[in-house]
Design a protein around this ligand. Structure first.
Ligand code: AMP
Ligand code: GLY
Length: 462
């Protein structure tokens, strides 16, 4: 083993000290002005994820201007909200040109799957703008379950066995269902706002869902093709890579809690809370994730000449000690971002500056050794019908947690609920339990009518 001189320890200590960070902040700001490194960013989205991303970017000395379209009452604390649709590419173009935006950051999958990357790169006036996200072809990893499954097959990436059907082989699909073991997993091929997966042990129900999907009654065109998949039993986690198409870095991993009810029961939601780190994401299991999943995915994209720069979200399940890919997403997770960004010690904007020239190999990612957790406060009734427009009070009383806004809007001096998932209350702790205790404590300060939240986030690790 190479011997480290004693001086190295002092240098390491200095690197983490507040003095170092302050000195670096001023130096980078100064250098940024001289060398024109400062950035003007347009972030697309309005959820807790975008609040956490804008919170993170605002801390960077490289951040000259930050706009969020359309944003929410929370993002307005870190940048300027712009009333603009995330899929209105012409309006986005006009805004980018007018404000001399140099970085477009789509927070959610929709604009990416709709081809915002290609729209920019094919336009003379926009092509030099950095896009944090993949090309339309790359976004198919999330936009089409069938594409993702075929990609995994081509690159030997572990995933559940499957078959794909559409109107042309509908009868064969029914026959396939008949002989399939239960539970059966049915997935609408296209984007279905997180609702395109049905798991059932009832063959009659499986036939009905399958028929409804293919005949277009359910999920519209997203369901025109259906992936029928083997059911995997295990524990899930989310792993995130940030790639320039050649190199990648790994961000802190997270586990989210998708069901509305305690003990993972009831309907699926966008996510009711998240923790990071994930205790079992260590050792040989993570080595397998790296070797069998992350590296072949990044290499496979490059090999197939699919332009991909941005986040790859690996939705994984650990079966015995083996990782399997349940899904890919072409953007960060929500609410995972609300714990991943607080644990990422690097300057996110500096990392983004390594995308276009594919120099991410120069970046060493530092994870905060503390745990972070987030608990989602949701509107009563969510994920089914719920009220909007309720007054939220007490956010400013919270001092020991970060309150990321999700479905909120500002009206005069008041903050009102404006969505199913309303606020994400994130805390640090020496361990997951401490972080959770802090979030649950902070939640007591906040109130709005019919507020609901899961009381058991992180329950497996208590
Ligand atoms: P997806 O939209 O593909 O992430 O699926 C939504 C959820 O369905 C996942 O988070 C899993 O909990 C569950 N799921 C999807 N595919 C499978 C599978 N093959 N086996 C077991 N559970 C699955
Ligand atoms: N939390 C899951 C997702 O963002 O898709």
């Amino acid at each position: 083993m190479k011997k480290q001189p004693v001086g190295c320890f002092f240098i390491e200590y200095y690197r983490y000290s507040a003095i170092y960070r302050k000195a670096k902040y001023f130096l980078v700001t100064f250098a940024g002005q001289i060398f024109n490194l400062n950035m003007k960013i347009l972030l697309l989205g309005s959820g807790g994820r975008e609040s956490a991303l804008s919170w993170k970017m605002k801390q960077s000395p490289l951040c000259e201007a930050l706009y969020i379209a359309p944003g929410n009452a929370g993002t307005a604390q870190y940048g300027q909200n712009i009333a603009m649709g995330i899929n209105d590419f012409e309006a986005i173009k006009a805004f980018c040109l007018e404000q001399e935006i140099d970085t477009l950051f789509p927070g959610s999958e929709d604009p990416l799957v709709n081809g915002v990357y290609d729209f920019f790169k094919n336009d003379e006036a926009l092509k030099n703008i950095t896009i944090v996200g993949p090309s339309k072809a790359g976004a198919e990893l999330e936009g089409s379950k069938d594409f993702a499954k075929e990609f995994m097959q081509r690159h030997n990436i572990p995933t559940a066995a499957y078959a794909t059907f559409d109107a042309t082989n509908f009868e064969a699909g029914l026959a396939y269902l008949e002989q399939h073991s239960t539970p059966i997993v049915l997935k609408a091929d296209g984007l279905a706002a997180g609702k395109g997966v049905v798991i059932t042990s009832d063959k009659e129900e499986a036939r009905k869902v399958f028929t409804d999907m293919i005949k277009g009654n359910q999920f519209g065109s997203a369901g025109a093709r259906v992936v029928i998949e083997q059911f995997l039993t295990g524990i899930e986690l989310s792993v995130f890579a940030f790639t320039d198409g050649k190199n990648f870095v790994i961000l802190p991993e997270a586990k989210d809690y998708k069901r509305i009810g305690e003990g993972d029961t009831g309907l699926n939601t966008g996510g009711m809370g998240a923790i990071s780190p994930v205790p079992f994401a260590a050792g040989t299991f993570m080595d397998k994730v790296m070797e069998q999943v992350v590296k072949p995915t990044v290499a496979g994209l490059a090999e197939e000449k699919i332009t991909y720069q941005g986040f790859i979200f690996f939705g994984l399940i650990k079966v015995a000690d083996e990782p399997y890919v349940i899904e890919y997403n072409c953007r960060m997770g929500d609410p995972e971002t609300e714990v991943v960004m607080p644990r990422l010690q690097n300057d996110l904007l500096e990392m983004i500056q390594h995308l276009d020239d594919q120099s991410l190999d120069k970046v060493q990612v530092q994870h905060d050794p503390r745990a972070a957790c987030t608990v989602m406060l949701v509107a009563g009734g969510y994920p089914e019908d719920y009220a909007k427009g309720d007054v939220i009070s007490g956010i400013d009383q919270v001092t020991n947690s970060i309150v990321f806004h999700a479905g909120t809007k500002q009206e005069g001096a008041q903050v009102l609920t404006n969505g199913g998932r309303v606020l994400a209350v994130t805390s640090y702790g020496d361990n997951i339990q401490d972080a959770l205790a802090q979030s649950y404590d902070s939640i007591q300060q906040i109130s709005f009518s019919h507020q609901n939240y899961r009381k058991d986030i992180g329950y497996e690790f208590k």
